[in-house]
Design a protein around this ligand. Sequence first.
Ligand code: 3PG
Length: 220
Amino acid sequence: MLSQEVVFERIGRYGVVPVIALDSADWALRLADALWEGGLPIVEITFRTQAAAEAIRRIAQHRPEMLVGAGTLLRPEQVDSARASGAQFGVAPGLNPQVLRRAQELKMPFLPGVATASEIEQALSLGCQWLKYFPAEAMGGVKILQALWGPFAHTGVRFVPTGGINESNLAQYISLRYVAAVGGTWIAKSDEIAAGRWTEITQRCQNALRIVAQTRSAAH
Ligand code: 3PG
């Protein structure tokens, strides 16, 4: 298993985490290949479908070059299942101390979800500095992150905003230096996966990475 340091460095380097709900584990490897071909060797498979654990297992076993994580971990036993399947990191939409504790016991790098100052405080007190900010656009987008940054800048917190992000607003988020990466389903929608539209998924990875690279080089 990779250390938290390695996992977070890679997430930050890529800048984009494709969030995927897979209806069948049979699509897992083809999906991983489409993302890989697009230059994005990372995937977060959400525990919203029965196929999640098996999909993670197949990617971890057959595509070890991919950084595979598990999302929507709402219960401690899902953390166990994700880790046993080979997930290198975990993500949740909210901050559940029981889920977080299980991830810490298993030494699984974990990004709990936060949306308010109180939740950021709680996450920091539970030992987390990398936080999914969810649902980013609905909460106020870049503006709320800028506002929240004031009191938390000195803590070393880093955000991975998710929810309503796509090619049109990706640059706004990435331009904030405390945004390590963004997450989103726009890279590969369930219906595209079911229809096998792999070329479009690969293309969307390339577009996203181009935006990340251009935005970061403009900021320096
Ligand atoms: C998530 O679970 O992270 C969100 O559902 C992703 O939000 P999006 O579909 O707006 O990208």
